[in-house]
Design a binder for this molecule. Sequence first.
Ligand code: CA
Length: 352
Amino acid sequence: MNKVTKAAVLVSAIALLASPLAAKKIKWKLAMTWPSTLTPLASPPARVAEYVKAMSDGEFVIKAEGKEKHKAPLGILDMVKGGQYQMGHSGSYYWKGKDINTVWFTSMPLGMTPSEQYSWFYYGNGMKYMKEVYDKFGIYNYPGGNTGNQMGGWFRKEIKTVEDLKGLKMRIPGLAGEVFAKLGVSVTNIPAGELYTSLDRGTIDALEWVGPGMDIKMGFHKVAPYYYTGWHEPASEMQFMVNKKAFDKLPKKYQTMLEVAMKAASFDMYVENFSASLEAWDKMKTDFPNIKVKTFPKPVIGAMKAAAAEVYEAYATKDPKFKEIYTDYKAYMKKARAWSQMMQGGYLNLDK
Ligand code: CA
């Protein structure tokens, strides 16, 4: 080896040692709202960790922790904001009390379907608003997996008129609960572990959960025969939260790995839940032929639409940002729905 070659080898060896990637493994922690076994909700964090580890040859590692570990299912935003965890996985609408505008990034009652909403997120103004709303928390927010259109819930009695909703005791959270409360429903919140017994004993008359894939494990179909099609959570999107400072410090290629992994894992949850639901429904309807699938009658839907508009208008009057996003969302949904009806509606009607 001559002098020049020796020097070149030395320089590249020093460069390698000085490289931050060679110097140190990156170890992150993620806290999720769900128990780590609750699929499909717990699937996206596990997949992100797996993808990132593989793509970085084991140099970027994310450890996902379920609520059984951190014991703070509704403290995720604060823990990511404070930097105890670099990442979180949760549902944006849980932060309604901190900022009403977080509700736009989960699902709106009588709002957009998953394809319409994804289109708004990525090709409309959805991601722009997401950034604006989460900026003040020092967090980057990303879509984190969709449940698809949720079922309207399990009812012990049939709902034939708007009158039948009056005095009905139901577990239905979020803005949908506010809409139903306007129609006389007595809205309650009961922990997940007590829902089955409450419905069985008649402490509540109805409840909504997700859809067949997740509902079947809860057993509601054994105690309430009427299964209503959805209106209240047409496209519930989970969320990934990333601490801004932690993200900004990552080498660019790891930032890209993380963003690609989050997008892939989110899409996968949507498909996982779709598949789990079609299998669960097939089994449920065979094992329990008495389940009656119903759609709320037109006048009831009409009343829901009017009540939802009142709820939205009231927030828009109080909060200029809500008004701005509401205006954009409504205009986008109008165009999107015309296309969905023509394309998807037309095709699905071929089987009617
Ligand atoms: Ca739900």
